[in-house]
Design a protein around this ligand. Structure first.
Ligand SMILES: [Zn+2]
Length: 113
């Protein structure tokens, strides 16, 4: 399960930071996840809750901000959001991904020790 390994990576990275930075408990974690990552938020929250047991992240709230897909046409510069392979304005296939690939810890709230 994709979400479980993701939750595992988040918890181990943040547990290590807790030690390094001498944080108390982590209260809240905010994630930014792009649509292209195909993460199911409910499954990730569940996996996170399970993996976080017996770590400084136990009981922490996971907030997931979903970033919609955004493309930009390399021919005409048009930007669009639908999951369409071609530019709706000029029909070109040449495009770049502006948003939707995000997978990052945006911020954390911690209790001072
Ligand atoms: Zn175009």
């Amino acid at each position: 399960m994709h979400e479980l390994s993701l939750a595992d990576a988040i918890v181990s990275a943040l547990s290590k930071m807790c030690e390094d930075e001498a944080w108390g408990k982590v209260k809240k974690v905010r994630l930014r996840v792009g649509a292209l990552r195909q993460v199911f938020p409910e499954m990730l929250e569940f996996a996170f809750g399970t993996v976080a047991k017996d770590t400084p992240l136990s009981g922490a709230l996971l907030e997931i901000e979903e970033i919609p897909l955004e493309w930009r046409c390399l021919e005409c510069g048009n930007r669009w959001r639908e999951d369409s392979g071609v530019c709706p304005s000029c029909g070109s296939f040449k495009r770049e991904t502006l948003a939707g690939m995000e997978l990052e810890i945006h911020s954390v709230e911690v209790e001072e020790r």
